[in-house]
Design a protein around this ligand. Structure first.
Ligand SMILES: Nc1ncnc2c1ncn2[C@@H]1O[C@H](COP(=O)(O)OP(=O)(O)O)[C@@H](O)[C@H]1O
Ligand SMILES: [Mg+2]
Length: 249
């Protein structure tokens, strides 16, 4: 086989933006090994809306961090938008990750001393966007999550739901095609959580691919496909009941 054939995912259908093949992640804790992922294979198409569910410790965050290129697998292969991630150098990886992926975390991960506007514009500072364009785009991103009037407030002057909206605006600032959200409603009450999920719905309708980790069935119902993982393995992968019972949508 040529090198190119080796590197191409086997029979990759057009439109698969995430292709994970036999992924393993083993953490070494002193002499002990934790097998957080044990042979996970998964394909996600452009514009899919997938929830990953499973009990605490089942490997959800480990899988999301690998999909988000925040960590690398012990074994297995991962193609992000057709690129075999292990073959990319640091610059290529950073470029593809910034272009393709926006990450949203349970704990928001905002800079405490910075205003909402500054938090949102930060990724643009890192990639050298000029200041006036940065501010305009950050304002627009905050407008998109309905938070423009709060742009000069710091995180501790915002509610949990508002903080998560700032984090979503920051995730969107580079116009990524894939949004990865790890327990994005985990620190929110259910009404605020539903407001955040409505934002993800709108993003999916605008063409984004959404991968959401949650252990809450009500939240997983927003997705169109639900993947259950247990002990680092995929246990089931099926349409959500929102799709199976469309009258509930
Ligand atoms: N950095 C790490 N070092 C050692 N073990 C880890 C690390 N991250 C996660 N683990 C372990 O891997 C397993 C899966 O963790 P995680 O992916 O965080 O699960 P989940 O997000 O489903 O709760 C757990 O047993 C956890 O303790
Ligand atoms: Mg987790």
């Amino acid at each position: 086989m040529s090198e190119e054939e080796v590197n191409r995912p086997p029979g990759i259908p057009q439109g698969d933006v995430i292709v994970v093949e036999d992924l393993w992640k083993t953490y070494e804790m002193g002499s002990e090994k934790v097998h957080a992922l044990q042979g996970v294979s998964l394909r996600i198409r452009h514009n899919e809306y997938v929830a990953i569910m499973g009990p605490s410790g089942s490997g959800k965050s480990t899988l999301m961090n690998l999909i988000g290129c925040l960590d690398s697998p012990t074994e297995g292969r991962y193609w992000l938008s057709g690129h075999l991630v292990s073959e990319l150098n640091d610059d290529e990886l950073a470029r593809i990750r910034n272009k393709e992926i926006g990450f949203v975390f349970q704990t928001f991960n905002l800079l405490a001393r910075a205003t909402a506007l500054h938090n949102v514009e930060l990724p643009l500072i890192y990639n050298g966007t000029p200041a006036d364009e940065r501010i305009e785009r950050a304002r627009q991103a905050l407008r998109d999550v309905n938070l423009e009037e709060r742009m000069n407030h710091k995180p501790n002057e915002l509610s949990g739901g508002q903080r998560q909206r700032v984090a979503i605006a920051r995730a969107l600032i580079n116009r990524p095609s894939i949004i990865l959200a790890d327990e994005p409603t985990g620190n929110l009450d259910s009404k605020t959580g539903d407001e955040i999920m409505a934002l993800f719905d709108a993003l999916q309708q605008k063409g984004n691919t959404i991968v959401l980790v949650t252990h809450e069935p009500d939240i997983a119902e927003y997705a169109h496909r639900v993947v259950h993982i247990r002990d680092g393995k995929i246990f089931s992968d099926e349409p959500s009941s929102r799709i199976r019972h469309p009258e509930k949508a």
